[in-house]
Design a protein around this ligand. Structure first.
Ligand SMILES: [Zn+2]
Length: 317
C-alpha cells in the first residue's frame, strides 16, 4: 500500500514550534518579518524611514515622514489584543497542524484562556483563512456536489431540503485522472441563482464541471464552464461512481473534520467560516511544515476584525 503523502509528512513538530516561537520576542520578530519582509513600511504614508521605542513592553515604530506611530500588531488581525502573541501563535499552530477542526473549547484548554477569548481568537484566525481562500479559482476538471452541515450526517447527502441543516456546495479540482488537487466550499441553497453565484466566484471559464445532474448545477455554464451531467440513481449508488471519487473522498474528510466539533446552531450562523477552515487546511495539506508561516503572513496583512464583524453571519454577495 502506498504511504499516505499527507499523513506521513513531518509538519511542524511542537518541539520545533517552541524552539521558533516559544517567547514573546520571537513571536514579535516573526510577525514583524511577516508584515514587513523588506523592512518597515509606514501604514499611513508608505515611507520607510523610522525610529522605534518601547512602551508598556511593546515595541513601537514612528514614521520619520509623517510621525505616525504603530506597533507590530496595530492594523493587523491581532490589533488591540491583550493576549500575548505566544498564545496567538500557539492557536495558529493548533489550528493548522490539527487533522480536524479544533473546537473553541479545546483551544480554551490548550491556551489557558477563558472560553470567550478562545472563541474570538479562533474565529479571527478562521476569518483570516476565509479571506485568504476567497480568491481561489478552480480550473480544468472539477467535480461538483451538494451536501449538508448539521443533522446526523455532516457532509453527507441525507435528504435534500430537510430542515435544521445548512446546505453547501462543494467543488473539487482534480487531475485528468480524477485525483483531488484543491477544493472550494460555500454554504449556498441549491438554486440556479446560488449555483451561478458560486460558479462566478470559484470557477474559471476553462473549468469542466462533472456533476450528478442536480438540475441547478446547469447554472455553471453561465460563467463559460462546460457541464458534464452524469445521471445517477442518487444515494449510495452515486457515491460509488468513479467520476465522483474525488468529491466523495473530500466530503468524507470534511465530515470527519467537523464531526463532534460544532453544534447545529453554530453551523447555521458560522458555516462559511467552518467550511473555510476545512478548505484552508485541505488546500495546504502537502505544506504542513510551512502552513503556520503562511497563516502568519496572511494574519499580518489582514486588517483588524472587530467583534461585531466576527459575530455577524455571512453576508452573501
Ligand atoms: Zn508615515
Amino acid at each position: 500500500m502506498p504511504m499516505n503523502r499527507v499523513q506521513f509528512q513531518p509538519g511542524l513538530s511542537m518541539a520545533e514550534f517552541l524552539d521558533r516561537y516559544g517567547t514573546e520576542a520571537q513571536c514579535e520578530a516573526a510577525l514583524v518579518a511577516a508584515r514587513w519582509p523588506d523592512g518597515f513600511v509606514c501604514p499611513a504614508c508608505g515611507a520607510g524611514g523610522h525610529s522605534s521605542f518601547v512602551r508598556g513592553g511593546r515595541r513601537y515604530w514612528q514614521c520619520t515622514a509623517c510621525r505616525h506611530q504603530c506597533s507590530a500588531i496595530s492594523g493587523t488581525v491581532f490589533e488591540a489584543t491583550k493576549l500575548p502573541l505566544t498564545r496567538w501563535f500557539l492557536a495558529m499552530q493548533l489550528l493548522t497542524q490539527a487533522k480536524n477542526n479544533v473546537a473553541a473549547l479545546e483551544l480554551r484548554r490548550q491556551l489557558g484562556v477563558c472560553y470567550k477569548t478562545a472563541w474570538l481568537v479562533k474565529h479571527k484566525l478562521l476569518e483570516v483563512m476565509r479571506l485568504r481562500e476567497q480568491s481561489r479559482q478552480l480550473h480544468g476538471r472539477v467535480e461538483l456536489d451538494d451536501a449538508y452541515l448539521g443533522g446526523e450526517r455532516s457532509g453527507g447527502k441525507s435528504g435534500r431540503g430537510s430542515e435544521n441543516k445548512v446546505p453547501f456546495l462543494a467543488a473539487v479540482q482534480t487531475t485528468p485522472e480524477g485525483k483531488p488537487i484543491v477544493a472550494c466550499f460555500a454554504p449556498r441553497p441549491f438554486t440556479t441563482e446560488a449555483v451561478a453565484a458560486f460558479a462566478r466566484h470559484v470557477l474559471a471559464s476553462t473549468a469542466h464541471v462533472v456533476s450528478d445532474g442536480l438540475w441547478c448545477f446547469g447554472a455553471v455554464t453561465q460563467v463559460g464552464a462546460t457541464h458534464e451531467r452524469i445521471v445517477t440513481g442518487g444515494g449510495a449508488s452515486s457515491a460509488k461512481l468513479p467520476q465522483f471519487k474525488a468529491i466523495n473522498t473530500v466530503l468524507g474528510n470534511l465530515k470527519t473534520a467537523l464531526a463532534g466539533t460544532y453544534h447545529a446552531f453554530d453551523f447555521a450562523k458560522y458555516a462559511h467560516r467552518y467550511l473555510a477552515e476545512v478548505q484552508y487546511r485541505f488546500n495546504r495539506r502537502f505544506d504542513l511544515a510551512v502552513i503556520l508561516a503562511r497563516l502568519l503572513r496572511a494574519a499580518a496583512v489582514t486588517p483588524p476584525q472587530p467583534l461585531v464583524v466576527i459575530r455577524m453571519a455571512e453576508v452573501r454577495r
